[in-house]
Design a protein around this ligand. Sequence first.
Ligand code: NAD
Length: 311
Amino acid sequence: MSFVTKVLRRGLTTSALRMAAIKHVTVIGGGQMGVGIAQVAAQTGHQVTVVDQSEEILAHSKLSIERSLSRVAKKKFGEDLKAAESYSKSALSSISLSTDALAAVTKTDLVIEAIIENLQVKQELFSQLDKVAPQETIFASNTSSLPISDIAISTDRRDRFAGLHFFNPVPVMKLVEVVQISEQSDATFQSLMDFSKSLGKVPVVCKDTPGFIVNRLLVPYMMEAIRLVERGDASARDIDTAMKLGAGYPMGPFELADYVGLDVTKFIIDGWHEKFPNNPLFEPSPLLDQKVAQGKLGTKKGEGFYPYGKK
Ligand code: NAD
């Protein structure tokens, strides 16, 4: 290869690494996570389309965003009601709502999927979107527990596919895990790192392994705490007190499990156990199974490991 061709190639590769900045984001799923991601993206100057299954759900999504935005605006502008109102209005005007995912992605730079945690449903969605989204559009999943490569396999754009894992509540939590799969291009990775920073978040990079970084450590930790109780070694209350006062954690593992949802925790551990039956960190728990069977799912149901009053 001639020197000139080499230099030209290097130039092209470097420029290809810098894709155009992400300006329009489509968030599929207007639930707890989707509305948070949409709000933060709109607050930071992006155009956003939120997609969900019905107008009714979307009306609820909009209300959640309005409420959360007014809290942010109040914090930011205090008594200056005019400035607060104009801030909320401007962010809201960047958000549109749609029940038509296929139409929504025909002009978008990034799709962030935040729908139900079900592999087949996510695959089905991405496979359809792949056929109509522009070539350069990046696809990302906010899944907490499913392998990104298992979702990406439903598309022909694995080089433009990633995990983009936000934390709940999104407007408050600073972290984003940018999850790499083997086929992912450097340009896609760089684009998502830049996008995460543009949201005011702190991105960390990790490989596509169960639980990525945070949940890989947190879920076995919560399960180990439950096993301590199962064996009768300590009470839930004392374990929570111990971890708060002894390890400096803001919440104990049982408070955390109740907040996350015991059904969600069970779903994650059961899925990992099925895939990696020999990993003792992923063993299921009879006590957790019993709580879920009794409908004691945590704070959202008014009772989990602790009672929270009627919901
Ligand atoms: P949620 O149940 O609050 O919201 C999911 C939304 O997706 C619902 O409004 C539902 O109507 C919609 N939906 C379902 N199927 C759809 C489809 N085919 N097309 C369009 N919309 C569809 O769930 P959530 O807590 O926001 O979680 C969403 C995703 O984010 C999951 O993959 C979950 O694992 C992940 N996640 C959740 C948390 C958390 O703490 N809740 C944290 C990080 C990641």
